[in-house]
Design a protein around this ligand. Structure first.
Ligand code: FES
Length: 162
């Protein structure tokens, strides 16, 4: 059997509980937007895409992977950093083009085109890719990544994330 006094709380305890509840609600209302503001840049995935002009398409030797470099500013979390990249473009007709990333799909070392071997070669663990970017040998788990690319008004362009 319970006594009436088991359910009673003091006035001081009641006021303390109400103040604590109001404090918790205010902290949540004020704190969540602040946490969102601080954390969201790290969770953003860029989102914006834009076409970047690399060079005149005529600069690419027909049928041969040709390196092009570019440099651009990119938002990484809270910072804006300069990104320097090299890509390899192959065009046979000056109208259609395939553009490969130079990042090896194993551990992201930079591949280079070896004309004698007719292959992209990764110096880190001897990964080898053919002219289509397919893995020939070594540890890379998948073909070289490709950029969406086009030739417009003789300009070689790739789609990059902002
Ligand atoms: S990073 Fe290219 S083979 Fe390992």
């Amino acid at each position: 059997m319970t006594k009436k006094s088991d359910y009673m709380i003091s006035r001081r305890g009641f006021v303390g509980g109400i103040v604590g509840l109001i404090g918790a609600i205010m902290s949540t209302v004020i704190g969540l937007p602040v946490v969102g503001y601080v954390v969201s840049p790290a969770l953003k995935k860029g989102g914006r895409e834009e076409w970047l002009t690399l060079a005149p398409a005529s600069a690419a030797e027909p049928g041969v992977p040709t390196p092009f470099t570019f440099s651009r500013m990119k938002e990484v979390g809270w910072r804006r950093v300069r990104i320097n990249r090299t890509v390899y473009a192959i065009t046979n007709d000056g109208e259609n083009v395939t553009v490969f990333s130079d990042a090896c799909t194993h551990l992201s070392c930079k591949v280079h085109w070896d004309a004698e071997r007719n292959a992209f070669v990764c110096p880190c663990h001897n990964g080898v890719f053919d002219k289509e970017g397919n893995v020939v040998s070594g540890p890379p788990p998948r073909p070289l990544d490709r950029f969406e690319a086009k030739i417009e008004n003789d300009q070689l362009m790739i789609l990059v994330e902002g």
